[in-house]
Design a protein around this ligand. Structure first.
Ligand code: CA
Length: 392
């Protein structure tokens, strides 16, 4: 989680010069003073800071950017893989008692927890092997998002001081830990010691892992007894501008607009609010997203991630693959997206400073361009749009 915001904030190298060693020492002295004022013991700080140096690998990971932004089908098929389905079903079975207990307490269904678990770390197989104190100290020392990571570092030190997490705990380069990749502030706020041994063991204790994930989801808005969303079918000549996370209508209102289930049956009679999502434009699959979808987005602010969690959880619960036919469409590179942004800007549709990442501003500019050119107004930044803008 939180990877999304990291990749949006990139500048140039903050250190790696001759003064590194000395200034890192004075940085640690400053952190030590802050930690001490928060009541963290010297014993913990001595242990945590013993022989500590910045980890250049962490900065390298932090600076690297994905060259391609995967389209929906590519993203989904790599996340909802046969491996994840097979192992997820096996683990649901294996831990069914723990899951059942967890479900009664927090109201988050087992297959939802397992979907997050699978996407975050392949069910605990990839929890990260970098020293957490070192990673967070490196990112806190680095000037770009120092405030955010200093808070994470101090929170981690407090968790270590309280004996909730071991001093040598390992995690991702960004400081996320355990089977469901919690940042320290999430461990502190939502971590659950479900088996009552005093530790929040997000690495090896399944009860702690499942309870922490469920508690977090419940706190960020998961509602018991409701689904995340569903695949739907939309009629021809639909007003695609309604396909927008911020446009919310009741299921009954969507029904009145011609939206049906993926098998073209009536939607259930319901006044629950939902948004319509077209992750690959008007030609691709369509989904209604309910309020539990927004809870998933609060875990990771990526629509493709949230749809993958939802779909993987459905598959784990036994439903079939999507009804929509996969579209073989090339993914766009960062340069492709920059070209789209530059072209739209030149045509007078403001995407902001071209950055190779298609966010809300780029989607809005795309809608304006589509409107001006009598194209379906779905705001989809995809291969078709690239071709339209490349045409002489
Ligand atoms: Ca525990």
């Amino acid at each position: 989680m939180l990877r999304f915001i990291f990749c949006l904030l990139l500048t140039t190298s903050a250190y790696a010069n001759d003064t590194t060693a000395r200034s890192f020492e004075s940085f640690l002295a400053d952190i030590r003073a802050q930690a001490t004022s928060q009541g963290i013991s010297n014993t913990t700080l001595d242990q945590a800071f013993h022989g500590l140096t910045p980890n250049p690998k962490v900065i390298k990971f932090d600076r690297s950017q994905a060259e391609f932004s995967q389209n929906f089908w590519r993203y989904l098929s790599s996340r909802v893989s046969p491996y994840r389905l097979k192992n997820g079903k096996k683990l649901l079975q294996e831990h069914q008692n723990t899951f059942q207990h967890n479900y009664q307490k927090y109201g988050v269904p087992p297959h939802i927890i397992v979907a997050f678990w699978g996407l975050e770390t392949n069910y605990g197989n990839n929890t990260g092997d970098l020293n957490l104190v070192q990673s967070l100290a490196t990112l806190s020392f680095d000037e770009r998002r120092s405030a955010f990571f200093t808070k994470q570092l101090l929170t981690l030190l407090k968790l270590i001081d309280d004996n909730k997490i071991p001093v040598n705990a390992q995690g991702s380069w960004a400081g996320a830990m355990g089977n469901v990749q919690f940042m320290p502030t999430n461990v502190a706020a939502y971590g659950v010691d479900a088996d009552g041994d005093g530790k929040i063991d997000l690495w090896d204790n399944k009860a702690d892992i499942f309870a922490s994930a469920a508690n977090f989801l419940q706190e960020i808005g998961w509602h018991r007894g409701e689904r995340w969303g569903r695949e739907v079918a939309i009629p021809q000549n639909f007003d695609y501008q309604l396909a927008n996370l911020s446009t919310k209508k009741t299921v009954n209102e969507w029904q009145a607009l011609g939206v049906r289930t993926a098998t073209n049956e009536d939607l259930p009679n319901s006044t629950m609010n939902a948004s319509l999502i077209l992750p690959m434009g008007y030609n691709g699959p369509a989904f209604l997203a309910y309020r539990n979808f927004h809870a998933i987005l609060r875990w990771n602010h990526s629509i493709l991630y949230a749809l993958s969690v939802g779909h993987l959880s459905d598959r784990l619960a036994g439903t079939r693959k999507l009804f929509a036919e996969p579209i073989a469409e090339p993914s766009l590179s960062r340069d492709d997206i920059k070209f789209i942004q530059t072209s739209l800007n030149q045509l007078g549709f403001d995407t902001g400073e071209p950055d190779g990442i298609s966010g809300p501003k780029t989607r809005n500019a795309t809608r304006q361009y589509q409107h001006a050119n009598n194209l379906p107004i779905d705001g989809y930044v995809g291969y078709q749009l690239l071709q339209q803008l490349q045409a002489p």
